[in-house]
Design a protein around this ligand. Structure first.
Ligand code: ARG
Ligand code: ZN
Length: 479
């Protein structure tokens, strides 16, 4: 008998012993899953002890009453022996919880947590399904560092579901952190006559008794804040590009042809970004333009970025495509490669801002160097110098500095290491962290490894120190 077999038999005996109902046998220890993933900015976001594979969301929403009724089925794998587990849920009333089809007990805490106790512990490695039935009026949040309302936003003709980092827990129980991504299926029921636009691919609508159910599936895994089921009256146009559908939904209130010269160029801009960042990673593409308050920002919802119509108001400026380049760049930086901690937000916004500069160069408007120098020449009173973007804090998560100084950090890196190394770093960052998360220290380590340069001083000055960093060179502008 081989050693391996002996070990296997021994392990088998051990399992048999553990499974034996004898009170003397020491069973495995089951402990509660942690109520957060340990994000320093948002300690209660996400949860420990399991990994979600799929969310199946069956949600009915009536804009007339703002009432939502939901049934979420969450398929997950235990990553420890779980006596209980938490999901994030804000507001709403839980009506029933089942684990693997059996009623489970649950409790709520004031801060985000729905704690579920299955009848029996869930062993490490086990697949399980949690079904939660719930109802209520969804809450909204404020987009951190901005005056904008975000979350499940009730509008005149339906709802816009968009927010960062807070939105998902307002409409379904969720492991609400970028470290856990999953596939999604949606069955969203709304009064007949309204439309629903979700992420991914449409599976069709059925109407019965005055209500329409719209089914969608997002196959490639997605982070929770990027999920949407935006409800309203839209003109939807589907085209095919590179073997995938591009689904553009424009609020029916808007004049015909609205934003054709902006979101209408989604495929062209995606093709351009692919030449910089590598292949577009998802099975569909598109956009939602919603004309209804309170939506006042744009967000990189996976495969279907959402834009307030104000971005494209005719005559606002001739570079309306720039925000489209920004949100599409987030499909790589934010959606495909996610922040490991919300503190790392500059890795999303800095790259999306840098993509704007690359697109402006493509348009012939200015080079990234010219744009950098223009920003660099402004005094410290300019809105984007402070706070240093590497640790902006929750209240300034989306400060100008996270965007502009974040983008400038990438350009300073490019000038310091040279074009060839810079683009190798960018491609390697995406390749290494696709469908996963990356942090600032990991980015710095990769940049040093690929460039062979010591870059701590550069990144410390640009990301963490107050004031204006030394000019990295590459132009005539003096520090
Ligand atoms: N991630 C979103 C974006 O930049 C956040 C929107 C924040 N809006 C703002 N005005 N700062 O696309
Ligand atoms: Zn952005």
């Amino acid at each position: 008998m081989h050693r391996k077999h002996i070990a296997a038999v021994a392990a088998g005996l051990l399992v048999a012993a553990l499974a034996a109902p004898s009170p003397a046998a020491a069973g495995p220890r089951f402990t509660p899953g942690a109520p957060g993933v340990g994000d320093p900015y948002y300690p209660t976001y996400g949860n420990g002890g399991y990994d979600v594979a799929h969310y199946d969301l069956d949600v009915r929403y009536d804009p007339a009453t703002d009432q939502l009724t939901g049934r979420a089925t969450i398929r997950a794998r235990a990553t420890q022996n779980l006596s209980s587990l938490n999901l994030d849920l804000v507001g709403l009333t839980v009506d029933a919880v089942k684990v693997d089809g059996r009623a489970a007990t649950w409790s709520r805490s004031a801060d985000h947590e729905l704690t579920i106790r299955p009848r029996a512990g869930l062993r490490d490695g086990r697949l399980f399904a949690v079904e939660v039935r719930y109802h209520g009026v969804p809450e909204t949040f404020t987009l951190p560092g901005t005056p904008f309302e975000a979350g499940f936003m009730h509008t005149d003709d339906g709802a816009v579901i968009a927010g960062q980092p807070e939105v998902a827990a307002a409409w379904f129980p969720v492991n609400d952190h970028p470290r856990d991504r999953a596939s999604y299926s949606f069955a969203i029921t709304v009064p007949a006559g309204l439309q629903v636009i979700c992420n991914g691919l449409p599976l069709g609508n059925t109407t019965r008794g005055g209500w329409t159910t719209s089914r969608w599936v997002q196959l490639t895994p997605m982070i929770s804040y990027l999920a949407t089921a935006t409800i309203g009256e839209f003109d939807v146009k589907t085209t095919w590009h590179d073997g995938r559908p591009t689904i553009i939904a424009i609020d029916s209130d808007l004049p015909p042809g609205f934003a054709d010269d902006a979101v209408g160029r989604t495929d062209e801009i995606t093709d351009f970004l692919e030449t910089k960042f590598g292949p577009y990673p998802f099975e569909s593409n598109g956009a939602i333009v919603d004309d209804h308050p309170p939506l006042a920002f744009a967000l990189e919802n996976q495969t279907r970025s959402i834009y307030a119509s104000g971005w494209f108001a005719p005559g606002v400026d001739s570079f309306e495509t720039v925000v489209v380049a920004h949100e599409l760049a987030h499909q790589w930086f934010g959606d495909l490669v996610a922040v490991d901690r919300w503190q790392d937000i500059w890795l999303n916004e800095g790259f999306a801002t840098y993509a704007e500069w690359l697109w402006l160069e493509k348009l012939g408007a200015a080079t990234p160097q010219e744009i950098f120098d223009d920003f660099y020449s402004a005094p410290l009173t300019a809105p984007y110098w402070d706070p240093p973007p590497g640790d902006p804090g929750i209240d300034e998560l989306f400060d100008d500095s996270v965007y502009t100084r974040g983008g400038m950090t990438l350009h300073a890196l490019r000038v310091t290491v040279g074009d060839a190394a810079f683009w190798r770093i960018v491609r390697a960052w995406v390749a290494k962290n696709r469908f996963a998360t990356g942090s600032t220290p990991e980015f710095i380590a990769l940049a040093e490894k690929i460039s062979g340069k010591q870059l701590d001083g550069l990144f410390d000055a640009w990301l963490f120190q107050p004031g204006k960093p030394a000019h990295p060179g590459g132009s005539s502008v003096a520090a």
